[in-house]
Design a protein. Structure first.
Length: 260
């Protein structure tokens, strides 16, 4: 099978772009925390031969950890993306009847890294502008997955520093509306970053989320780990990521990979 897809995959470098889950990990104040515990320890139950198994349980919000936002995550004027009324498309028990996370297709796309943290993590008040985006010199093609590195993944093990909440609202770097419009004009299928909110926050109306998810139908990926990818000098790669198939959910955990 020389020259086949298997030979290509076997020879590729693989970078894991997901952050680890752990008790006490960072989470946006609007979403519940990650909970974990063993439900059965080794030795609690034994087989006739003296073997045992351990098991555990987890609980988390669909927007906790490395995850992807579905189009139903934000509404505007009571409407969801595509002109669907939010009021008739949701329930606490069943979630969303349209734009659920189970409808987010697996992503196997060209990926592009735009690195703004070569000199260190961006300051908490930095807005990533169209000029900064264009200055990276990377050509973005329709259907790409575009990832922005701010360097904030370096704070992941310090939840307080990573969330950086002041008065209950996180504060951190990211694109403003002008930057979001620059990105959407190039028609990526998804954009992501290593921060908890993608856009520069605080932003009470979350205009970047509204523009990308509601107006343009572009997925957001948040809380990525882009450090190893950047350290290797990789800025173009095959992005592979499949969200959990959660019916009715507004988003889902994602384990993305970069192959090059």
């Amino acid at each position: 099978m020389a020259g086949s897809w298997w030979e290509v995959a076997r020879g590729a470098r693989v970078f894991d772009l997901a952050q680890p889950y752990y008790v006490g990990m960072p989470h946006h104040p609007s979403h519940p925390p990650y909970l974990f515990g063993l439900t059965k320890k080794h030795g609690d139950m034994l087989t006739p031969a003296g073997n045992s198994s351990a098991a555990d349980a987890i609980a988390l919000g669909s927007h906790v950890g490395t995850h992807i936002d579905g189009f139903g995550h934000f509404s505007c004027g009571g409407m969801l993306h595509g002109g669907v009324a939010a009021s008739g498309s949701q329930s606490y028990a069943a979630g969303l009847s349209v734009h659920g996370a189970d409808g987010i297709a697996p992503l196997v796309r060209r990926g592009v890294l735009l690195d703004f943290a070569q000199a260190g993590p961006l300051g908490e008040d930095v807005e990533i502008t169209p000029e900064m985006l264009a200055g990276c010199g990377m050509a973005i093609q329709k259907g790409d997955v575009v990832l922005l590195r701010t360097g904030w993944a370096q704070y992941w093990r310090d939840a307080g520093r990573y969330i950086n909440a002041m008065g209950g609202s996180p504060r951190g770097p990211g694109p403003g509306l002008a930057g979001a419009r620059w990105l959407s004009a190039r028609k990526p299928v998804a954009v992501g970053s290593d921060t908890v909110a993608f856009e520069r926050v605080p932003a009470p109306d979350m205009p970047v989320h509204v523009h990308l998810l509601f107006e343009r139908g572009i997925h957001l990926i948040e809380a990525l780990n882009l450090e190893e990818l950047a350290a290797a000098g990789v800025n173009e790669f095959l992005f592979v990521g499949a969200p959990l198939k959660l019916e009715g959910a507004t988003g889902a955990p994602l384990r993305p990979l970069a192959l090059c």
